[in-house]
Ligand binder design. Structure first.
Ligand SMILES: NC(=O)C1=CN([C@@H]2O[C@H](COP(=O)(O)OP(=O)(O)OC[C@H]3O[C@@H](n4cnc5c(N)ncnc54)[C@H](OP(=O)(O)O)[C@@H]3O)[C@@H](O)[C@H]2O)C=CC1
Ligand SMILES: Nc1nc2c(c(=O)[nH]1)N=C([C@H](O)[C@@H](O)CO)CN2
Length: 248
């Protein structure tokens, strides 16, 4: 754990996990653009995380593939902040399931930890800071899942199953923490392809997407804003997918 700065006292910060690159980095930067203090969790060092620190974000490293990493992150946040405006669970791993059983088992343990156990330990461990925000507006927990949590793709069965578990935790924690904390999920679709996606793979995905294009990280930020700015939503999900969930 390496805190690199103190947290601004203007208003309670929002913790964003997996903020070192891609969507998580974009969410952290856009929250800072909006004057919202940020605690940026990261896994591996990156230029993006250094830039967030230079913008005043508190940056904290943790490997969420193990419970100890999540528990250490909770301790580090509690040592640096007396209240939180929100938590955005963006950290995730994404790959097809190996055919070899031992490798599949190891992946299941890691994906269960990253997608379910770490969010659960962080949400329950930091609920007191969320409730200490001191305003009438409920604090926010946002779980970033996937449209395929509802209708899985078998080649990604472990990824989809653990994301589905996070969806279910969204509803349990929404019941548990109301009215002081809202708990909702964002279900992205084709937001940002990886370099490993071939042109054929991209074309196949976009052919199943009514709006016909990649959404981009800003589409996820607009979904996050919709949840943060609405004090009458909890236990629900917003699909940010260009309509791909309609593909069946
Ligand atoms: N991109 C897309 O089209 C879609 C994305 N989503 C979801 O949106 C979110 C953001 O997507 P995207 O930016 O593409 O995700 P990425 O896979 O590019 O990044 C996820 C983040 O999680 C971090 N992470 C991975 N493993 C660990 C670990 N063991 N401990 C802690 N952090 C870890 C990564 O850090 P590092 O790289 O340093 O390991 C990275 O910062 C994810 O939850 C994803 O499942 C859902 C559907 C579509
Ligand atoms: N953690 C991640 N989850 C997902 C990613 C990703 O890059 N990282 N990407 C996808 C796919 O691009 C999919 O949405 C389009 O085929 C899904 N989840």
């Amino acid at each position: 754990m390496r805190p690199t700065d103190t947290v601004s006292q203007t208003q309670p910060p929002i913790l964003v996990t997996g903020a070192g690159r891609r969507v998580g980095l974009h969410l952290a930067n856009r929250l800072l653009d909006d004057g919202q203090p940020v605690i940026a969790h990261y896994h591996r060092e990156s230029g993006g995380i250094e830039a967030l620190a230079a913008r005043g974000a508190l940056t904290l490293q943790a490997d969420l593939a193990h419970a100890e990493g999540a528990l250490a992150l909770v301790d580090a946040v509690r040592a640096q902040a007396t209240a939180l405006r929100g938590i955005v669970h963006n950290a995730s791993a994404f790959t097809t399931t190996p055919t070899e059983p031992v490798a599949a088992a190891a992946m299941f343990e890691a994906f269960f930890s990253i997608h379910m156990l770490a969010p659960y330990l962080i949400d329950t461990g930091l609920a007191g800071l969320l409730e200490a925000g001191g305003t009438e507006t409920p604090a926010d927990i946002v779980h970033i899942t996937d449209i395929f949590a509802e209708n899985p793709r078998p080649e990604f069965d472990i990824y989809c199953a653990t994301k589905a578990g996070l969806e279910n935790l969204t509803r349990s924690l929404a019941k548990r923490y109301a009215p002081k904390i809202k708990v909702n999920s964002l279900q992205p679709g084709p937001i940002l392809f990886k370099d490993s996606h071939t042109p054929e793979m991209r074309q196949r995905v976009l052919a199943e997407t009514p709006l016909g294009r990649e959404g981009g990280a800003e589409a996820v930020y607009r979904g996050l804003r919709a949840l943060l700015d609405n004090d009458y939503m909890t236990g629900t999900a917003i699909q940010v997918d260009g309509g791909r969930h309609l593909a069946g």
